[in-house]
Design a protein around this ligand. Structure first.
Ligand SMILES: NC(=O)c1ccc[n+]([C@@H]2O[C@H](COP(=O)([O-])OP(=O)(O)OC[C@H]3O[C@@H](n4cnc5c(N)ncnc54)[C@H](OP(=O)(O)O)[C@@H]3O)[C@@H](O)[C@H]2O)c1
Length: 258
């Protein structure tokens, strides 16, 4: 496929790298105004441009990864030259319906919510689209399934997906940082504490995904009666571990919804 990514920042560059590394042979073009910051993408065979319309007529999928306030300007540049294109937007807060209205009925709007782990083929990319665009939506699903998981969800859950999958990356990293800090307190240097904490989270996530079970089932396997794990869990819970995560996720959602 010919893939055109507009906005080669944190997310756009991550998606481009992920597609170049983990998806089948695509021609990828990435645009932004200051391409000197992403020159390293050229080594992966990715074309860079400052003109958003460069190569766009050949594009099978256009991916929008600019900030919400940059959308109208970008669309005003490309809409006169694109027709019958799939436009997949990762722009926070821009609904499929609002995007479709902006791009007109000549093009098909798909909403995607990847995260920056796309670069490593490990994004959780939630995708939604109108039932009239199932064929185009499935094309986008296929693309992002190469970069991790790509569940199709109801449009009304897209803000929730933003919080759980995109902000969730930061939340998970904060857990790892806290675990690492504790690791330093109990005797490790930071590098070793980080390696152990990150790999332990990766291992826990992998077990869940492979076994498709509820986390408590796996927790039960590592929790000996009267042992150290249950003592640690009880102490964490008495300081609001689960409830602070739930409250944080709900606060983030409240912020998105304004
Ligand atoms: N970061 C995440 O984890 C994440 C996850 C899910 C969704 N999102 C959403 O994805 C979007 C991008 O987020 P981000 O974190 O990647 O932001 P970012 O790092 O600021 O990337 C946006 C990029 O757009 C480029 N840009 C600005 N104006 C442009 C224009 N007129 N034409 C072409 N490129 C232009 C900017 O580069 P120049 O200044 O060089 O043009 C910048 O690199 C946001 O809507 C965000 O809500 C982000």
């Amino acid at each position: 496929m010919n893939i055109h990514i507009i906005g080669g920042g944190n997310l756009g560059a991550s998606v481009a790298i992920g597609l170049a590394k983990f998806s089948s042979n695509h021609n990828i073009t990435v645009t932004r105004r200051n391409i000197s910051k992403i020159q390293h993408l050229e080594a992966l065979g990715i074309t860079l441009a400052t003109d958003n319309t460069y190569n766009i007529q050949q594009a099978d999928v256009i991916i929008l990864t600019v900030k919400p306030y940059q959308v109208d300007l970008v669309l005003s540049e490309i809409l006169s030259v694109v027709k019958n294109k799939i436009i997949a937007s990762a722009v926070t807060g821009l609904s499929t319906e609002a995007l479709q209205e902006k791009i007109g009925n000549d093009n098909q709007a798909i909403r995607i919510m990847p995260n920056i782990a796309a670069q490593f083929g490990e994004s959780a990319t939630c995708i939604s689209f109108h039932e009239d665009n199932i064929e185009q939506g499935q094309k986008v699903v296929k693309l992002f399934a190469d970069l991790g998981t790509a569940p199709v969800i109801d449009e009304k859950l897209m803000d929730a997906a933003t919080v759980l999958a995109a902000s969730g990356t930061a939340f998970a990293l904060r857990y790892i940082r806290a675990s690492m800090q504790a690791g330093i307190e109990i005797g490790f240097d930071w590098q070793t504490a980080l390696e152990i904490s990150a790999q332990t989270v990766k291992g826990a996530a992998k077990m869940l995904m492979e076994e498709q079970v509820h986390p408590e089932q796996l927790i039960d396997r590592v929790t000996t009666p009267q042992g150290c794990t249950i003592a640690g869990l009880s102490e964490m819970e008495s300081h609001g571990f689960s409830s602070s995560i739930i409250r944080g996720i709900k606060a983030a959602l409240k912020k998105i919804k304004g």
